[in-house]
Ligand binder design. Structure first.
Ligand SMILES: Nc1ncnc2c1ncn2[C@@H]1O[C@H](COP(=O)(O)OP(=O)(O)OP(=O)(O)O)[C@@H](O)[C@H]1O
Ligand SMILES: [Mg+2]
Length: 262
């Protein structure tokens, strides 16, 4: 949490009851392009929120703001009650839309990059953790491969493993399964649910896949238009574990599709 590394509860700047993610009146411009306009979002601790919307409506921009990568924007964005421009939280993990792997490093080294600061990647416990993550994303046998030798879907899974390595309290995921075949996608979605359930991680996941949003999320934020504004928010109250064909999940998927106007 922040630069102190202390848990959020003991953070003096955090007011009790602060949501984990708070976005108020967020407006982000790139030159003449208005990427986001007046966006509000609240994500409580341990909540799983999906963000959907047409290409170019500002989904990645929203995650970039929350991860502290953007300094200039209007409105407020805070993690654990601390404005991202004041440092936000150190405990935020981001899985980018493109894998962003180190070309000269193999899969094992690329995953190890995600280990928390100060953890020696060569220490036995760390190696075990990296191997476990590689296995979880279904890449055992490829630990020594370099990114240039991987398919797009494999590279995406390395990026996912790197994001999980840190065990952050907040995970921001930008279309993490978009390049995966259906079966692998289902496996990785369930793996993410397992991480979420076991660790109580707060998750914001961007996706184009309405079925994925309905299956995974407690709440789905539908962004619309250019500039991106919140078109609607859809609650998915279906108890877990969910069945992908549960009528409520299907109804949520249809409601999201309707809201997207597709
Ligand atoms: N670094 C940048 N410089 C200039 N314009 C940008 C930059 N990043 C994003 N934009 C613009 O901001 C708008 C939102 O982009 P963003 O990447 O957030 O969309 P997105 O919803 O993630 O789209 P996609 O679904 O295609 O990933 C787009 O019009 C895009 O061209
Ligand atoms: Mg994007």
């Amino acid at each position: 949490m922040l630069s102190t590394g202390e848990p959020s509860e003991s953070d003096p700047e955090r007011e009790s009851g602060d949501p984990t993610l708070t976005v108020r009146g967020l407006t982000k411009r790139y030159g003449d392009t208005v990427a986001l306009q007046d966006v509000d979002l609240t994500v409580e601790e341990g909540e799983f929120v999906a963000v959907v919307g047409p290409s170019g409506c500002g989904k990645s921009t929203l995650l970039r703001v929350l991860s502290g990568l953007e300094e200039s924007f209007g409105g407020r964005a805070a993690v654990d009650g601390v404005d991202v421009r004041d440092g936000g939280s150190d405990d935020v993990g981001m899985v980018f839309q493109e894998p962003r792997l180190l070309a000269w490093a193999d899969v094992r080294e690329n995953v190890a990059v995600g280990l928390p600061d100060g953890v020696d990647p060569d220490a036995p416990g760390a190696q075990e953790r990296v191997n476990e993550l590689i296995e979880t994303v279904g890449l055992d046998g490829f630990a020594g491969s370099r990114p240039g030798e991987l398919s797009g879907g494999m590279a995406q899974r390395v990026s996912l493993a790197r994001g999980l390595a840190y065990r952050p309290e907040v995970l921001l995921l930008d279309e993490p399964f978009s390049a995966l075949d259906q079966l692998t996608k289902y496996e990785q979605q369930d793996n993410l649910l397992e991480v979420w359930t076991e660790r109580g991680t707060t998750i914001a996941l961007v996706t184009h896949d309405v079925e994925e949003a309905a299956y995974l999320a407690d709440r789905v934020l539908v962004l619309g238009g250019e500039p991106g504004t919140v078109a609607t928010v859809i609650d998915v109250d279906t108890p877990r574990p969910r069945d992908r064909t549960h009528p409520e999940v299907v109804a949520a998927r249809d409601a999201i599709t309707d809201a997207l106007g597709v």
